[in-house]
Design a protein around this ligand. Structure first.
Ligand code: ME8
Length: 636
């Protein structure tokens, strides 16, 4: 039996799960589900990286000890993944005793073989960061975080003889073109290896950092966090001699983003070589998600959290968007507008429409039961089958090559061809002529078949949509038991089986002019209506009272006003209230403003906040304090 083992990076517990973590984990889930669909035996690993000074610092800021803090954030990751339909088989934490033992075992082995030595290191040390810097990392000779010059410091430490493996690694990468993918990252590693490779400092004195795995041969030191973290990929599956390790390690594929290419492309292979076990199969490197064309940043408030989006837009829409929008290896941009656009066009219009019209016609013309093929296939039918075969083929070829977007494009070509097929065949006309009954049967049956093929093909990307579609098509098979060659094959629906129309797969999202959020995020089965939020979540919203200093209409817009509001500082805000208030009504008035919304551009004007208003049918009234208060007063 074929095996497939996929890993995500283990995420630092210094930040909550965001769209970047979600992407790598969802992409790994898609690969894992795809290999199951091909009949592989699979294993999927994710987890958290919990040692090192970053974590100590984050814990201090949160006023907690490192372990309590790590427990909390690791718990957040662990709870997030099932909500994104991630089917990981194991969740590793680097504080697990089993992992600690494996790290110490490998350190001892590499030490015994002579590849770890003790030496003194002299370098530039930033007291603020409590770490050494290389000349290259400094900005104008200063630490970029503390803006002060580092001091020279000498420290004795343990080093891993990484340089010894440089020639071997170059040769390995050169003779295994698929080891690091896509090619640009393989080239990046090779170009890095053109410079002499230095040995790697793998210890930290305990007086400087106590939160780590003690070196087995000198407990005055803890292990450098990367030498600890990378080993998770084997400790989780029972290195050195557990059955899972033996079974899955030879087919290990690591998924990461470009930020951690060097540790994975250089430290990890040389560590494995020194420890004397075989290399993983491939390292797969994707680009970065940017937010509205900028870097995601906590201080700018542009961190996108998957669990904020999913209740509004739906999980499968979110998964689809991530996989369709990013070309694996390149950066991609996230915006809610782009997400809404994809939902409305690809999901609601194309796929949703195909599915609902097919089932509606099955119900109308055949009492809701799968009809037989009533006539010989003609050229149009052959063409449709050709599109379906092509989509299956492209999915099989592209997913293993990381061409997720290409696989989706080809599935959508098939969906669009099917919509056209129905338009051209015109079942509504065939139904008027009793002599055309056989043809009508064939057209509806083909339409049903193409829906089933599509459902199987999208299963790795959108598991719950696939499940819903198959169930309504009368296919009774758990999603994990689907097999591409059997279940995507044309003609495998069973004649006479009842299908079930159900509600729309993807409701359209209406966008208001006054903002980018959908008009009715609550309209979707009331998920949000009932979802209670914590007081912590509420307190993240910065609501302030302000005074309107200026107000004017925005040219060419019937709904928007540009306001300048004093909330202790002046803010430009765009509000969709022009049909209810004229600019003169507003100047001098007190309003209530959400002050920490991400900036947005409306009709070309930047908005840095949102004016709160009550909506009562067609009436809109701005919210204002019952008596005048100082501008900037906090509302809670
Ligand atoms: O580096 N776009 O953990 P980390 C896409 N603990 N992906 C992103 C992203 C973005 N903007 N931001 C983060 C660590 N990621 C180490 C890993 S592994 C042995 C140790 C994703 O929490 C992407 O997968 O900083 C990236 O490689 C990873 O999060 C970094 O996660």
């Amino acid at each position: 039996m074929n095996h497939f083992y996929v890993t995500t990076p283990i995420y630092y517990v210094n930040a909550e799960p965001h769209i970047g973590h979600a992407y790598t984990t969802i992409v790994s889930d898609v690969l894992n589900r795809f290999h199951k669909l091909l009949g592989y035996k699979t294993f999927f690993l994710t987890g958290t990286d919990e040692h090192g000074d970053k974590i100590v610092q984050a814990a201090q800021e949160a006023g907690m000890d490192p372990k309590t803090y790590a427990d909390r954030i690791s718990g957040l990751f662990r709870e997030t993944w099932p909500k994104l339909n991630i089917g990981n088989d194991y969740f590793i934490r680097t504080t697990d005793p089993k992992h600690v033992r494996v790290v110490q075992g490998i350190l001892q082995k590499v030490r015994d073989s002579g590849d770890i030595y003790f030496s003194s290191y002299k370098g530039l040390y930033c007291i603020g960061c409590e770490r050494f810097y290389t000349e290259r990392e400094l900005v104008d000779g200063k630490c970029p975080d503390h803006d002060r010059e580092p001091v020279e410091r000498e420290e004795a430490n343990y080093f891993f003889r990484m340089s010894k493996y440089q020639g071997w690694l170059i040769e390995y990468i050169e003779s295994n073109p698929d080891f690091i993918r896509p090619e640009r990252y393989r080239n990046e590693v090779l170009s890095f290896l053109r410079e002499p490779l230095e040995d790697l400092c793998i210890s930290r004195p305990r007086e400087r950092l106590n939160w780590g795995i003690p070196l087995p041969f000198d407990d005055r030191y803890v292990t450098y966090v990367w030498f600890d973290a990378l080993i998770n990929y084997v400790s989780a599956i029972g290195y050195p001699d557990g059955p899972l390790f033996r079974e899955f390690w030879p087919s290990a594929h690591h998924m990461i983003a470009k930020d951690i290419l060097k540790p994975h492309g250089i430290y990890w292979p040389t560590m494995i070589r020194a420890a004397g076990f075989p290399l993983f199969r491939s390292l797969n490197v994707h680009g970065y998600w940017k937010i509205n064309e900028g870097k995601m940043s906590k201080s700018k408030g542009s961190v996108i959290r998957p669990l904020d989006l999913v209740p509004i837009y739906g999980l499968d829409a979110f998964r689809y968007f991530l996989l369709r929008e990013m070309v694996f290896g390149l950066d991609a941009n996230f915006s809610e507008e782009a997400l809404i656009q994809r939902i409305n066009s690809d999901l609601a219009n194309d796929l949703g429409n195909l599915f609902s019209r097919t089932l509606a016609m099955t119900s109308k013309y055949f009492g809701g039961n799968v009809p037989p093929f009533g006539s010989q296939p003609d050229a149009m039918d052959q063409e449709l089958m050709g599109h379906a075969r092509e989509a299956v083929q492209t999915v099989i070829e592209e997913i293993p090559k990381l061409g997720f977007h290409k696989a989706l494009i080809s599935i959508w070509e098939c969906i669009n061809a099917a919509n056209k097929y129905i338009d051209h065949a015109g079942p509504w006309n065939l139904a008027k002529d009793p002599a055309m009954k056989g043809r009508l049967q064939t057209v509806i049956r083909n339409a049903l078949e193409v829906n089933r093929t599509v459902a199987v093909l999208i299963a790795p990307f959108m598991p719950s949509t696939a499940e819903k579609m198959l169930e309504r098509l009368g296919v009774v098979k758990p999603i994990d038991e689907l097999r591409l060659n059997e279940d995507a094959a044309w003609g495998s629906l069973v004649e006479g089986v009842p299908v079930n129309k159900g509600e729309a797969l993807f409701p359209r999202i209406e966008v208001k002019e006054s903002g980018k959020m959908p008009e009715k995020p609550l309209g979707r089965k009331g998920e949000m209506e009932r979802e209670a939020i914590s007081i912590d979540m509420f307190q993240k919203i910065d609501i302030r009272v302000g005074i309107v200093k200026q107000a004017e209409r925005i040219p060419k817009s019937t709904k928007l006003l540009r306001l300048v509001v004093d909330i202790g500082e002046e803010r430009q805000v765009v509000a969709g209230i022009a049909q209810h208030y004229s600019p003169e009504d507003l100047t001098g008035k007190q309003v209530v403003l959400v002050a920490n919304l991400q900036p947005a551009k409306l009709m070309g004007v930047e908005s840095h906040g949102m004016v709160l208003a009550a909506h009562d049918g067609n009436v809109l009234r701005i919210v204002t304090p019952e008596q005048t208060v100082a501008p900037g007063a906090k509302v809670s």
